[in-house]
Design a binder for this molecule. Sequence first.
Ligand code: ADP
Length: 506
Amino acid sequence: MTQTYNLFINGQFVPAESGETFESINPYNGESIARFARGGKADIHKAVQAARVAFDEGPWPRMSGEERGQYIRALGEKISDSSKALLPLEVADSGSTIRKVQGDLWLSSNQLKYFSKLASRTMERQLEDLSKPGVSNNYTVREPIGVCGQIIPWNFPLMMAIWKLGPALAAGCTLVLKPAEETPVSAMELAKMIAEIGIPPGVVNIVTGFGEEAGAPLVNHPDVDKIAFTGSTEIGRKIMCDASAGMKRVTLECGGKSANIILEDADPEIAIDGSLYGAFFHAGQCCTAGTRLLLPESKKDEYLERLVEKARQIRLGDPMDKGTDMGPLVSKKQQERVLGYIDKGKAEGAKVLVGGGRPTGAETENGFFVEPTIFGDVDNSMTIAQEEIFGPVLSVITYKTEADAVRIANESMYGLAGAVWSRDTDRAVNMAKQLRTGTVWINEYHLVSERAPFGGYKQSGLGRELGPESLHEYTEIKHIHVDELGSREKKFWYDTVVKPGNLVKS
Ligand code: ADP
């Protein structure tokens, strides 16, 4: 019998009020991996209430940052200790390859170490240019925002949970996390670890369920102070609207259509492999994926030939097999969506150079696979160059001049990431500065560090995750002014308010 995971509310594992459950499917073989409580409005309400009490009355926001940091570090160690058990669960739930999940687990554990250090950062800053001994002392304090609603997607299930939990906990917030309905297992395993290490009840609540049923009530709940969301731009926009009613703080990490620009002087060996990695890592299900490859016209044929040849060698298959390069997409819905985009690309006149459909063969027949696909003859105005596909589909666009490349790269509603490949660092940096995106890699791709801010320009999002900036996103800033004048007569308002009108009798 398959296991059923309950909701994690106020330190307890409880079924949904409705008693309903849903199952999560292994995208490699279509089999159910487990059942999960189907959280709804009533469950969200309970979870938010628990988080509210934990914030307003509990120890979490009141303990020292160092102490919170110890819990956060302990959670990171738990992940590391549990990685053997977590690995097959995360692979089965998400269809990610074992190689990718090994990286995710290691990164998640390390990221928590970083957030544990962030927790003990001083939250006070003296305003030296304003303060004057004998007049006033001025400083700012950063205080936790309060109860956070956190909604995450299915592409990096555990790591996305950590990006949300880590800075919120470091800042002293309490939270309700809603994992994606496609991939809830690692978040619920995380809930067990949170209970085991003794983070006070109500600080972290995890409610599994669907977007409209559980996500929307969380965003709309009046006792939630902040929403942090990672997912599609379409839902990000909706969340921003919904959150406006209570003027909730929001951070949004949404879609991308990143340009990966190869300059004429690039080292082709590195640029080709790096570009394939940029586009096809995790079957292209990454918001940072380098899905628009910009090639100089003079080198187009040389690059395309090698890209196509190498794309043919990408091995699709069982994600638990270490030899597999690319696993299935997360769901049948996603597979259909991606195949729909491929059809659209063909219909709009782009040319399939490799891939372009479902793979054949026993290894992939029961999974939601799509072949690594490269389109040539792409114009940047085509749907496949403008919309986020979230699958293994690379659009190759050629450019004449570097100014042209910058213009094409920036002709997008997105602005999440991108890369420039060149042997000349100054030249590449000059181009990087002209790109309207939150991250630019030079001769590299997908390298995200917990020590650097991550987020989008334009409709790729709002705010930053990771880095010290992540802590800022979970704190309000308060200015404290301490008067040192002492006497009433020295006050700036004495002459203007008190004396002439004699408003205040002594
Ligand atoms: P995708 O289309 O890739 O699944 P979504 O943006 O739809 O991405 O989903 C990302 C997360 O947002 C998931 O956890 C999903 O349940 C949640 N979600 C979807 N719709 C809403 C909504 N209306 N309000 C809040 N959360 C939502």
